[in-house]
Ligand binder design. Sequence first.
Ligand code: ZN
Length: 56
Amino acid sequence: MNRVQQIEREIAELSNRIYQLKIELEKIRKTCAHEFLEDRYTQTCIKCNLAQSLYY
Ligand SMILES: [Zn+2]
C-alpha cells in the first residue's frame, strides 16, 4: 500500500474514532448530575466539563 492510501485510511479511521468519542461524551453529559462552577460569562460543569454561556 502506498503512503497516500495509508494516510487516507488512517484519516477515515480517526474520523470514525472521533465520531464514536463524541457520542460517548454526549452520553456522559446527558446522564451527568451537573455541578456548575460559574465565572463571569460561562458556567462549566466540574464533572463533565460541559460549558454553557450565561448570556443567550
Ligand atoms: Zn456535568
